[in-house]
Design a protein around this ligand. Sequence first.
Ligand SMILES: [Mn+2]
Length: 326
Amino acid sequence: MIPASLLNGLRDATRVLAVSHVKPDGDAIGSLLALGHMLGALGKSSVLSLNDPVPAIYRSLPGADAIVGPQRDAAGFDAVIALDCSSVDRLGRAYGAAFAHLPLLVIDHHITNDRFGTINWVAPECAATSQMLLLLADALGVTIDQPMAQCLLTGLVTDTLCFRTNNTTAAVLAAGMRLLEAGGNLTTITENILEQRSFNVVRLWGTVLDAAQLEQGVIWVTISLAQFEACGANGDDGSLSSLLIRTEGADISATFAEKLGESGAAAVECSFRARKGFDISGVAQQLGGGGHPAAGGCTVPGTLAEATAKVIPLLQQARTNGLSEP
Ligand SMILES: [Mn+2]
């Protein structure tokens, strides 16, 4: 159910700052662009802002050129909408202090969402924020045009790995069907976005997969800054955790990517996946991150060795918990 206060907040707004999470994925960008189209259709103006640049694979989405970096001046805005984001820190600099006095409308599908908005619509039963925006369009009486359909389908397809994740319900497929009927092109998304990896990422996979470890149903790899650099992969592991979870005998997968933290201190970005019946969202949240039962992540301070020593036992415990449930 969409909160009435959210619908009223949207109807009252005239100029909106719409934001989504750092390191934007297909659902962040797809839902952001679709919201921009939707607000336009309602005669409202919007500024779409992200902490990070739009990755190249999403730049051909309709309206992607309009996405700008962090905004400092809140003059003229009367609301902020945060999409696909489970906590305020995930917005990075896209949500600055200048906007703190405005109503903050949160639309998100992460079960770990901490309700950081003035009004929160959190729907973990939806497989993507893009799926929620389809419901929102219906509630606001906005017709889904082709550009909107392409943006929303991108979010739905990337978050469900093309309708393969275990949260792909009949409602998700029905949403996909409607977006195809409205002119969304599925093949463009699967071929150009979902399945495509840069040559550098393929070389990185070759480098790190050789040292993959599989113990007690948990498979993991580590990626050092030096390995990223040697392959020119620039911090992008091409969602390697999604590849690892396909391994026979693995119920949970993890990647540990070394990075430089805020103050230049060592930190490790962790990404987790789980098969049906297993839940990594608790581990992600416990470590200051977030996500869904089947996919999530966090950043932990320290070296790669420290991170794996701390996190792998937690994942193995989560795996044991999954095994013991009926
Ligand atoms: Mn999402």
